[in-house]
Write a protein that binds this ligand. Sequence first.
Ligand SMILES: [Zn+2]
Length: 258
Amino acid sequence: MEDQWEPYLHRYPWAFADRETLRGRVGSYVLRSPEGTVLVDTGVGPQATGAGGKLLVELENAGVRPEGVDTVFLTHLHGDHLGWSVKPDGEPVFPEARYVTQAAEWEISAPYLGPAVAALDDLGVLELLDGEEPVGEELTAIPTPGHSPGHSSLLVSSGGEQALVSGDAIVHPAQATEPTWNVHFDMDKEQAARTREMLLAWLEADGITVAAGHIPGSGFGRVVRDEEEPERRYWMTLDTAQEAEDLSGTDVFRGGRS
Ligand SMILES: [Zn+2]
């Protein structure tokens, strides 16, 4: 572990598997909106791993059946965000849903999407967005490019409060302080860093709750200043300390830093 990681290792011990390894997670979010149930991202899925996956089980445990999902919002089209979209037989996993993503993301990804996702277009369930657009009464897609060209986040505005499901714009709590630290999968690293800096400033200024699918635990947090070091931003997890401690026993993937 390089010295520059040391302060984060102490501040966010739950976000490291050990001194050399970051801890991550592949998570989706379910939103209840005036138009119905929205699922943001569909995980790794059975086709990529060949070994199933937990998304459908976890949805069932949360009282959500596949036919009860009205909208699937895909922040971007990397393999760990779209796995439970189409079944091996070509039918959609969520039979009543429209699948929403950015046109820019679809076009750039089309050559390598493969049948797992390309079928969405043939099935007539694909809805492509052009930049910042409403996805529902309380939901707005906000372009957050860099991790991928058409990456977008989903802003929830409800009851006077706001939350942002941020996809892979922020994948580790250390990035709240170090927006220029990229992950290996950031396709345009300079753009990703610019987006992250803008995003962090906005999230902090407006006190927006963030839902970050790769951050261990629930992934819910806020971007805050530390009173002792007001020049720096930090990630404040909204999990309790106990929940964060308990993460050592959870099933997570181990993502190396790059
Ligand atoms: Zn990802």
